[in-house]
Design a protein around this ligand. Structure first.
Ligand SMILES: C[S@@+](CC[C@H](N)C(=O)[O-])C[C@H]1O[C@@H](n2cnc3c(N)ncnc32)[C@H](O)[C@@H]1O
Length: 368
């Protein structure tokens, strides 16, 4: 195929997509060929399709770092609505894939674009902007905020989970201006540090943020954040930032943090999900990872996302020196005296408003 060496056609969702023959199957992905396609991140694209449907999205969207264009082409092909999507990448080879994938699905509302996304975002504005880079989104965030229309939404991926979740705290401090630590609930810290960073960057432009759907999966963080116009919203968002206290020895978590605890942050202490919107997201039969979508929708809906940390069944059991009880039994027991939920961050995790001391007592009670 001219301009596209060694491509194969696959179907993702209900969309035909031309991808490089050699592509990433799992994990953050290496650059195996000139153009990037990762089979595992189909789940993240399923979420985009469901989200556009739930939003009844109208207007102009941009997939700014599109690779083969798979996300935007799927959105255009699988989500109903009156909208236009500019599908952009700075690589000429990616641009060839984008054009082919639009043609393959006969999409009239998609426009291919070959540009540095930062230049595009200095010149044009959009109602939705997707930023899906290799690694950290930091180089693109300010451009995304400036290029986003009133009440527009930013969809952002970050695969630099190691710095954000506390494995490389120095890098996290330099890149996101926040302190992270390695701990059981590190992925939640990482996601909230990233949202906190977005809130501070948006505030510089007199804009606030409203997390619509922010989650962790596999090897990446994914944010969908609505921008709200004006200093009042910017101030409200900044007031939602703070720190979590964590005592590595006692494993106690506290928020807002106080004296004797190690302070982690600044990070976002507010909600992660707009649950009304999640309730409207439809796990269509044609989605690539339909069962996984159903499972995540259930957990996001139930999750106590106003609590910025979670506990882990194995952590609590090893503190008590007991064999781990089933998670469902723990949740049932905790709900007798407080709130408790599963969390999407970990299949072994649970959230509760009870103190660690109360959690230990209740779990020990089950084991007895
Ligand atoms: C992780 S891949 C995108 C994957 C794609 N969104 C998907 O779902 O398969 C990142 C892409 O960003 C492109 N890119 C990197 N820097 C860019 C820039 N400044 N402007 C536009 N595209 C850029 C790369 O060429 C690459 O195709």
């Amino acid at each position: 195929m001219s301009g596209i060496p060694a491509a194969v056609e696959i179907v993702e969702g209900k969309t035909r997509v031309l991808v490089p023959k050699e592509h990433t199957l799992k994990g953050p992905g290496k650059r195996l060929s000139g153009v990037f396609y990762n089979q595992q991140t189909a789940f993240s694209r399923d979420v985009s399709v469901m989200l556009f449907g739930a939003l009844k999205f109208e207007g102009r969207a941009l997939d700014g770092l599109a690779g083969t264009g798979v996300r935007a082409v799927r959105i255009a092909n699988e989500s109903p609505g009156t909208f236009e999507i500019i599908i952009n990448d700075k690589s000429k080879e990616a641009f060839e894939y984008i054009k082919r994938n639009i043609a393959l699905n006969e999409l009239e509302n998609c426009i291919p674009s070959l540009s540095d996304v930062r230049i595009l975002l200095c010149e044009q504005t959009f109602d939705y902007i997707d930023i899906d880079p290799f690694g950290s989104p930091v180089p693109f965030v300010q451009f995304g905020i400036e290029g986003c229309k009133r009440r527009g939404i930013l969809g952002i991926t970050a695969t630099d989970t190691a710095p954000l979740a506390g494995t490389h705290p120095g890098k996290c401090l330099r890149r996101y201006g926040a302190k992270s630590v390695r701990c059981v609930f590190g992925h939640e810290l990482g996601l909230r540090i990233l949202i906190g960073y977005l809130a501070r960057e948006a505030a510089k432009f007199e804009r606030g943020i409203k997390p619509v759907l922010c989650f962790y999966a596999d090897h990446y963080f994914r944010l969908h954040i609505q921008l709200l116009e004006g200093a009042r919203y910017a101030d409200q968002s900044l007031q939602t930032l703070g720190s979590i206290g964590y005592n590595e020895n006692s494993k106690e978590r506290k928020f807002p943090a106080t004296g004797e605890f190690e302070q982690i942050g600044p990070l976002w202490l507010g909600r992660l999900f707009d649950k009304e919107l999640i309730a409207r997201m439809d796990p269509h039969d044609f989605l690539q990872c339909k069962n996984r979508c159903i499972k995540y929708l259930q957990i996001w809906n139930e999750e106590l996302d106003d609590l910025p940390y979670f506990y882990d069944v194995d952590e609590i059991s090893s503190m008590l020196k007991i064999s781990p009880p089933p998670l469902n039994e723990i949740l049932e027991e905790l709900r007798k005296s407080g709130k408790a939920s599963r969390t999407h961050f970990s299949p072994r995790g649970f959230k509760t408003d009870l103190t660690l001391k109360e959690v230990l007592e209740r779990v020990e009670g089950i084991a007895r």
